[in-house]
Design a protein around this ligand. Structure first.
Ligand code: PGA
Length: 239
Protein backbone atom coordinates (compact mmCIF):
# COMPACT_ATOMS: atom_id res chain seq x y z
CA UNK A 1 0.00 0.00 0.00
CA UNK A 2 1.42 3.39 -0.89
CA UNK A 3 2.33 5.62 2.01
CA UNK A 4 1.33 9.20 2.67
CA UNK A 5 3.85 11.79 3.86
CA UNK A 6 2.56 14.98 5.41
CA UNK A 7 4.70 18.05 6.09
CA UNK A 8 3.42 20.22 8.95
CA UNK A 9 5.26 23.54 8.89
CA UNK A 10 3.28 24.82 11.91
CA UNK A 11 3.95 28.61 12.35
CA UNK A 12 7.68 28.22 11.96
CA UNK A 13 8.57 29.76 8.60
CA UNK A 14 8.15 33.43 7.73
CA UNK A 15 6.59 34.46 4.45
CA UNK A 16 9.80 34.56 2.40
CA UNK A 17 11.11 31.27 3.76
CA UNK A 18 7.76 29.59 3.07
CA UNK A 19 7.83 30.63 -0.58
CA UNK A 20 11.48 29.63 -0.97
CA UNK A 21 10.96 26.23 0.62
CA UNK A 22 7.72 25.58 -1.30
CA UNK A 23 9.74 26.08 -4.51
CA UNK A 24 12.32 23.57 -3.26
CA UNK A 25 9.48 21.13 -2.48
CA UNK A 26 8.08 21.58 -5.98
CA UNK A 27 11.48 20.77 -7.51
CA UNK A 28 12.10 17.77 -5.23
CA UNK A 29 8.69 16.18 -5.65
CA UNK A 30 8.00 16.82 -9.30
CA UNK A 31 7.93 13.08 -10.01
CA UNK A 32 6.77 11.88 -6.60
CA UNK A 33 5.45 8.34 -6.49
CA UNK A 34 4.24 8.54 -2.91
CA UNK A 35 1.45 10.80 -1.75
CA UNK A 36 2.96 14.03 -0.40
CA UNK A 37 0.98 16.75 1.37
CA UNK A 38 2.35 20.16 2.30
CA UNK A 39 0.65 22.07 5.13
CA UNK A 40 1.97 25.64 5.34
CA UNK A 41 0.25 28.29 7.47
CA UNK A 42 -2.92 30.01 6.23
CA UNK A 43 -1.15 33.17 5.04
CA UNK A 44 0.72 31.47 2.20
CA UNK A 45 -1.76 28.79 1.13
CA UNK A 46 -2.72 30.55 -2.10
CA UNK A 47 0.84 31.19 -3.20
CA UNK A 48 2.06 27.75 -2.23
CA UNK A 49 -0.80 26.24 -4.24
CA UNK A 50 0.47 28.00 -7.34
CA UNK A 51 4.06 26.93 -6.67
CA UNK A 52 3.33 23.22 -6.11
CA UNK A 53 0.71 22.93 -8.82
CA UNK A 54 3.01 21.19 -11.30
CA UNK A 55 4.54 18.83 -8.75
CA UNK A 56 2.71 15.83 -7.34
CA UNK A 57 2.10 17.52 -4.00
CA UNK A 58 -1.27 18.10 -2.36
CA UNK A 59 -2.09 21.15 -0.31
CA UNK A 60 -3.13 20.84 3.33
CA UNK A 61 -4.18 23.26 6.08
CA UNK A 62 -3.25 22.99 9.75
CA UNK A 63 -6.68 23.78 11.18
CA UNK A 64 -10.21 24.84 10.25
CA UNK A 65 -13.23 26.31 11.94
CA UNK A 66 -15.99 24.15 13.39
CA UNK A 67 -18.44 26.57 11.73
CA UNK A 68 -19.29 26.51 8.05
CA UNK A 69 -19.84 30.28 7.68
CA UNK A 70 -21.11 33.28 9.62
CA UNK A 71 -20.05 36.00 12.05
CA UNK A 72 -16.98 34.27 13.51
CA UNK A 73 -14.19 36.85 13.44
CA UNK A 74 -10.76 35.38 12.90
CA UNK A 75 -11.96 31.91 11.93
CA UNK A 76 -11.10 30.06 8.70
CA UNK A 77 -13.90 27.97 7.21
CA UNK A 78 -13.44 24.55 5.71
CA UNK A 79 -15.57 25.73 2.79
CA UNK A 80 -13.16 28.56 1.94
CA UNK A 81 -10.14 26.29 2.37
CA UNK A 82 -11.70 23.93 -0.14
CA UNK A 83 -12.34 26.79 -2.56
CA UNK A 84 -8.71 27.84 -2.12
CA UNK A 85 -7.56 24.44 -3.40
CA UNK A 86 -6.85 22.77 -0.08
CA UNK A 87 -7.41 19.00 -0.04
CA UNK A 88 -6.42 17.91 3.49
CA UNK A 89 -6.78 19.49 6.92
CA UNK A 90 -5.03 18.60 10.18
CA UNK A 91 -7.54 18.58 13.04
CA UNK A 92 -7.00 18.15 16.79
CA UNK A 93 -3.22 18.47 16.78
CA UNK A 94 -1.94 18.28 20.35
CA UNK A 95 -0.72 21.89 20.11
CA UNK A 96 -4.32 22.93 19.38
CA UNK A 97 -5.60 20.78 22.24
CA UNK A 98 -3.00 22.14 24.68
CA UNK A 99 -2.49 25.81 23.76
CA UNK A 100 -5.93 26.58 22.36
CA UNK A 101 -8.01 24.43 24.70
CA UNK A 102 -9.58 22.41 21.91
CA UNK A 103 -11.83 19.73 23.35
CA UNK A 104 -12.80 16.38 21.84
CA UNK A 105 -16.25 17.84 21.22
CA UNK A 106 -14.90 20.87 19.29
CA UNK A 107 -12.54 18.62 17.36
CA UNK A 108 -15.48 16.42 16.36
CA UNK A 109 -17.35 19.49 15.05
CA UNK A 110 -14.26 20.45 13.02
CA UNK A 111 -14.01 16.95 11.55
CA UNK A 112 -17.69 17.11 10.53
CA UNK A 113 -17.25 20.63 9.08
CA UNK A 114 -14.22 19.49 7.08
CA UNK A 115 -16.06 16.46 5.70
CA UNK A 116 -19.09 18.54 4.75
CA UNK A 117 -16.76 20.84 2.79
CA UNK A 118 -15.23 17.76 1.09
CA UNK A 119 -11.83 18.20 2.74
CA UNK A 120 -9.96 15.11 3.93
CA UNK A 121 -9.43 15.37 7.70
CA UNK A 122 -6.27 14.16 9.40
CA UNK A 123 -7.43 13.59 12.98
CA UNK A 124 -4.58 13.64 15.52
CA UNK A 125 -4.68 11.51 18.66
CA UNK A 126 -2.08 10.58 21.24
CA UNK A 127 -1.23 10.42 24.92
CA UNK A 128 0.87 12.75 27.08
CA UNK A 129 3.96 11.58 28.96
CA UNK A 130 1.97 11.47 32.22
CA UNK A 131 -0.77 9.38 30.63
CA UNK A 132 1.79 7.01 29.17
CA UNK A 133 3.42 6.60 32.59
CA UNK A 134 0.04 5.68 34.05
CA UNK A 135 -0.46 3.15 31.22
CA UNK A 136 -3.44 5.10 29.92
CA UNK A 137 -2.35 5.30 26.27
CA UNK A 138 -5.14 3.10 24.88
CA UNK A 139 -7.77 4.59 27.20
CA UNK A 140 -6.92 8.12 26.04
CA UNK A 141 -6.85 7.16 22.36
CA UNK A 142 -10.14 5.30 22.65
CA UNK A 143 -11.76 8.40 24.17
CA UNK A 144 -10.29 10.69 21.50
CA UNK A 145 -11.47 8.40 18.70
CA UNK A 146 -14.94 7.82 20.12
CA UNK A 147 -15.56 11.54 20.64
CA UNK A 148 -13.68 12.80 17.59
CA UNK A 149 -15.43 10.40 15.22
CA UNK A 150 -18.97 10.83 16.56
CA UNK A 151 -21.47 10.90 13.68
CA UNK A 152 -18.63 10.51 11.18
CA UNK A 153 -19.00 7.93 8.45
CA UNK A 154 -16.57 9.22 5.80
CA UNK A 155 -13.15 7.70 5.53
CA UNK A 156 -10.31 9.77 6.97
CA UNK A 157 -6.70 9.64 8.12
CA UNK A 158 -5.79 9.23 11.79
CA UNK A 159 -2.40 10.52 12.92
CA UNK A 160 -1.01 8.85 16.03
CA UNK A 161 1.19 11.46 17.64
CA UNK A 162 2.32 10.71 21.19
CA UNK A 163 2.48 14.19 22.75
CA UNK A 164 5.76 13.39 24.49
CA UNK A 165 7.40 12.56 21.16
CA UNK A 166 6.41 15.78 19.35
CA UNK A 167 9.38 18.10 18.87
CA UNK A 168 11.25 16.37 21.70
CA UNK A 169 13.64 14.16 19.76
CA UNK A 170 12.24 11.23 21.77
CA UNK A 171 11.29 8.38 19.51
CA UNK A 172 8.76 5.67 20.17
CA UNK A 173 9.94 2.06 19.86
CA UNK A 174 8.88 0.59 16.52
CA UNK A 175 7.04 -2.40 18.05
CA UNK A 176 5.16 -0.11 20.41
CA UNK A 177 4.09 2.13 17.50
CA UNK A 178 2.94 -0.92 15.52
CA UNK A 179 0.82 -2.13 18.45
CA UNK A 180 -0.89 1.26 18.91
CA UNK A 181 -1.48 1.65 15.17
CA UNK A 182 -3.14 -1.76 15.02
CA UNK A 183 -5.28 -0.77 18.02
CA UNK A 184 -6.31 2.52 16.35
CA UNK A 185 -7.24 0.69 13.14
CA UNK A 186 -9.43 -1.72 15.10
CA UNK A 187 -11.15 0.96 17.18
CA UNK A 188 -11.62 3.48 14.36
CA UNK A 189 -12.69 0.67 12.00
CA UNK A 190 -15.44 -0.35 14.43
CA UNK A 191 -16.71 3.22 14.72
CA UNK A 192 -16.55 4.10 11.01
CA UNK A 193 -17.26 0.63 9.63
CA UNK A 194 -14.49 1.13 7.12
CA UNK A 195 -10.73 0.90 6.88
CA UNK A 196 -8.69 3.90 7.96
CA UNK A 197 -5.12 4.92 7.26
CA UNK A 198 -3.06 5.51 10.40
CA UNK A 199 0.08 7.61 10.10
CA UNK A 200 2.73 8.26 12.72
CA UNK A 201 4.08 11.59 13.97
CA UNK A 202 6.53 12.70 16.63
CA UNK A 203 10.19 13.55 15.96
CA UNK A 204 10.24 11.56 12.72
CA UNK A 205 13.48 12.05 10.77
CA UNK A 206 15.26 10.40 7.88
CA UNK A 207 17.48 8.20 10.01
CA UNK A 208 14.72 6.42 11.90
CA UNK A 209 11.82 6.53 9.42
CA UNK A 210 12.99 3.34 7.62
CA UNK A 211 12.61 1.32 10.84
CA UNK A 212 8.94 2.29 10.89
CA UNK A 213 8.07 2.20 7.25
CA UNK A 214 8.21 -1.60 7.04
CA UNK A 215 5.64 -2.01 9.80
CA UNK A 216 2.29 -3.37 8.74
CA UNK A 217 -0.01 -0.74 10.20
CA UNK A 218 2.07 2.39 9.62
CA UNK A 219 0.60 4.02 6.54
CA UNK A 220 2.77 7.13 6.50
CA UNK A 221 4.14 9.98 8.57
CA UNK A 222 3.20 13.41 9.84
CA UNK A 223 6.44 15.37 10.08
CA UNK A 224 7.10 18.71 11.80
CA UNK A 225 10.71 19.81 12.33
CA UNK A 226 12.20 17.55 9.66
CA UNK A 227 9.77 18.87 7.02
CA UNK A 228 10.99 22.46 7.11
CA UNK A 229 13.69 21.77 4.56
CA UNK A 230 12.64 20.05 1.34
CA UNK A 231 15.87 18.02 1.27
CA UNK A 232 15.29 16.57 4.78
CA UNK A 233 11.70 15.75 4.00
CA UNK A 234 12.66 14.20 0.68
CA UNK A 235 15.03 11.86 2.51
CA UNK A 236 12.17 10.69 4.72
CA UNK A 237 9.93 10.06 1.72
CA UNK A 238 12.75 8.37 -0.28
CA UNK A 239 10.90 8.70 -3.54
P1 PGA B 1 7.83 16.94 15.01
O1 PGA B 1 6.29 17.42 14.91
O2 PGA B 1 8.11 16.09 13.80
O3 PGA B 1 8.62 18.23 15.01
O4 PGA B 1 7.96 16.18 16.28
C1 PGA B 1 5.31 16.53 14.45
C2 PGA B 1 3.97 17.19 14.59
O5 PGA B 1 3.73 17.94 15.53
O6 PGA B 1 3.09 16.98 13.74
Amino acid sequence: MSKIFIANWKMRLDYKASIKEAKAFARSFVNAKERVVLCPDFSVLGEVREIIKRAKISLGAQNCSAYISGAYTGEMSARNLKQLGVEYVIIGHSERRTYFQETDDLINKKVLAAISAKLKPILCVGETAAEKKKKLTKTVIKRQLKAGLKNVSASLIIAYEPVWAIGSGQIIKADEAQEIHAYIKREAGQILKKDVKVIYGGSVNASQAPAFSGLKDIDGFLVGGASLKAADFYNICKI
